[in-house]
Design a protein around this ligand. Structure first.
Ligand SMILES: Nc1ncnc2c1ncn2[C@@H]1O[C@H](COP(=O)(O)OP(=O)(O)OP(=O)(O)O)[C@@H](O)[C@H]1O
Length: 543
């Protein structure tokens, strides 16, 4: 995808209209130059020239404004669409792919790359008009004298070719600078997520600021400066080349053959006029190069290309079932591929069948694969091998999105949304208030129009609100990843002895990752994991 297709996709009609009006603006500029040159080479003042001059000034003024207005609108639309598409694609990309990229790369893309592309889109309006001016002026020069025109064009091509060679070198520095940006965002993430640790440890903070952050920022700055300087040199070279052409036309050519005065003045006037639009075009090239680097980055992250997943999200699925009769996993596996395959972790193959209304506990030591298993179970990871059947229906890449809609989950690294309306359900505030009382957070949080008054709470309280969200979702399968680990003993007991049995009595399937062995007896089944393999499946344990 390049910038032009991005703009074309936004609205090709506006682009065509703006280009036509821009063309008119360019032609009126050439007309103005012709009028001025004709007047300079005439002894008497002709009224028609004055009217033409005024008329062309007016056309140039109006077409300039209209064309720029249309293109600015188009540019804004393209940027909004790029932002929205990018966010949609991120959400539809496979979770494992996003985890591998890391938050810092995704943030760098959403901020830096979008900004680099936006900057380009903003200069496009003036660029289009300037290009039409250049083309119209060149046509005028051809009309004045085809022979001199070819001389000018050869010099121009020479200039463009040498400029391109230099520009190519400069782009490689922009690519290096962009790589540093990813590292820079990783440092920003350390600052926002590691504030407490950095505040507490002076030496760590200073080493981080001076060695890591400053070094990366300097490296990025240096590469950008080198790239920009190369472009500045190239632009000056191109500019000087034009004066060389003017010199050749005015001083050198007349010594070989007689050239009429109106042609000489026409050439000098037009070439000098061309300097300004050409300068703008040349100064726009670095911005274009940075945008190209940004677009290449987007494509290398495979965010714009994950069409398959994206389209599967847009397909119309059957309504999600409201009961889980059976959930079968046959030989499912997942591997976290590492640079060295020796350290890669593989979960599975796992065979497991869960029925509706069953409470299953998943237990095991740290790093045994419990969280990975529930990501596979809930359809967030696509199994590398094996099959999943939900209510006897085979789950495939195409209906993965539909499958996921049967789960409500509170993960250990959950995110709490304050707007409960985005659940797509119309639930009265009074009902939610009752739940807040049951969860003992009513003194801290109020609900108004489906929005929680605050989410700035203790981790245990936030988890209770996440549980409330899951409750309201009212889906057939519930998944809790160490939900009770942050709860006080009283509420932990309420969770295991009241909330879980209540869900079960409603026919919900409940899958709980837990270390709380004193409550193991409440489960219908315990799946014990040991380094990615199912070690044991215990049937109901008695207290
Ligand atoms: N995104 C990831 N990329 C690479 N490896 C990962 C990733 N997530 C987990 N792992 C590895 O997979 C293994 C299992 O991790 P997992 O989080 O599933 O374990 P767990 O049983 O939930 O552990 P804990 O009880 O500590 O939460 C670990 O060895 C971990 O290093």
């Amino acid at each position: 995808m390049n910038l032009i297709t991005l703009l074309l996709r936004s609205s090709w009609k506006i682009l065509t209209l703006a280009t036509c009006i821009g063309l008119l603006s360019g032609v009126s500029t050439a007309g103005l130059l012709i009028t001025i040159n004709t007047h300079i080479n005439q002894s008497s003042l002709r009224i028609i020239l004055i009217y033409s001059f005024i008329g062309l000034c007016l056309v140039k003024f109006l077409t300039n404004i209209i064309s720029k207005y249309l293109l600015i609108n188009l540019a804004e639309k393209a940027i909004v669409e790029l932002r929205l598409t990018l966010n949609e694609r991120i959400l539809s990309a496979p979770l494992y792919h996003l985890e591998k990229l890391g938050k810092h790369r995704i943030l760098a893309t959403l901020t830096d790359d979008v900004l680099a592309i936006s900057r380009t889109v903003y200069i496009i309006p003036t660029l289009c008009i300037d290009m039409t001016i250049v083309v119209s002026c060149l046509l005028y020069l051809f009309w004045l004298s085809p022979t001199i025109f070819f001389l000018v064009v050869i010099s121009l091509l020479l200039g463009i070719f040498s400029y391109q060679q230099i520009a190519y070198k400069a782009t490689s520095f922009f690519t290096l600078a962009r790589q540093q940006e990813d590292r820079l965002f990783k440092h920003f993430q350390s600052i926002t997520e590691g504030t407490k640790e950095l505040k507490l440890h002076k030496e760590r903070r200073q080493i981080f600021l001076k060695q890591e952050l400053r070094e990366t920022a300097q490296l990025s700055r240096r590469n950008n400066v080198v790239g920009m300087t190369i472009f500045a040199v190239a632009a000056s070279w191109g500019n000087s080349l034009f004066f060389v052409v003017v010199g050749l036309v005015i001083f050198a050519l007349p010594t070989f053959q007689t050239i009429p005065n109106h042609i000489l003045s026409g050439y000098a006037l037009t070439i000098l006029y061309l300097l300004s639009p050409l300068d703008y075009i040349m100064s726009a090239v670095p911005t274009f190069s940075q945008a190209t680097v940004a677009l290449q980055k987007l494509e290398s992250l495979k965010l714009l290309l994950s069409n398959r997943c994206y389209e599967s999200n847009l397909m119309n699925w059957d309504e999600a079932d409201n009961f889980c009769y059976s959930l079968e996993f046959l030989g499912i596996t997942h591997t976290y591929h590492q640079d060295s395959e020796d350290t890669a972790f593989t979960l599975g193959p796992i065979d497991l069948t869960v029925s509706g209304g069953e409470i299953v506990f998943i237990v095991g030591g740290n790093g045994s694969g419990k969280s990975t298993l529930i990501k596979l179970i809930s359809g967030l990871y696509i199994p590398e091998s094996g099959k999943i059947y939900f209510n006897s229906k085979l789950v495939t890449t195409e209906n993965q999105e539909w499958f996921r809609q049967h789960f409500s989950a509170v993960f250990s690294d959950f995110y709490l949304f304050d707007n409960l309306f985005n659940l797509g359900k119309n639930i009265a505030d009074d009902k939610i208030q009752d739940y807040l009382v049951q969860l003992q957070v009513d003194k801290k949080v109020q609900i108004s129009n489906g929005i929680l008054s605050t989410t700035l709470l203790s981790q245990g309280q936030r988890k209770r609100l996440a549980l409330l969200t899951a409750y309201l979702e009212d889906r057939p399968i519930y998944v809790f990843d160490e939900w009770a680990s942050d709860q006080d003993p009283v509420f932990k007991k309420i969770f295991y002895t009241q909330i879980l049995p209540e869900l079960k009595s409603k026919g919900k399937t409940v899958i709980v990752v837990t270390h709380d062995d004193q409550y193991f007896y409440l489960s219908d089944r315990i799946v014990k994991l040991d380094y990615g393999k199912v070690n044991n499946v215990y049937k109901k344990v008695t207290p």
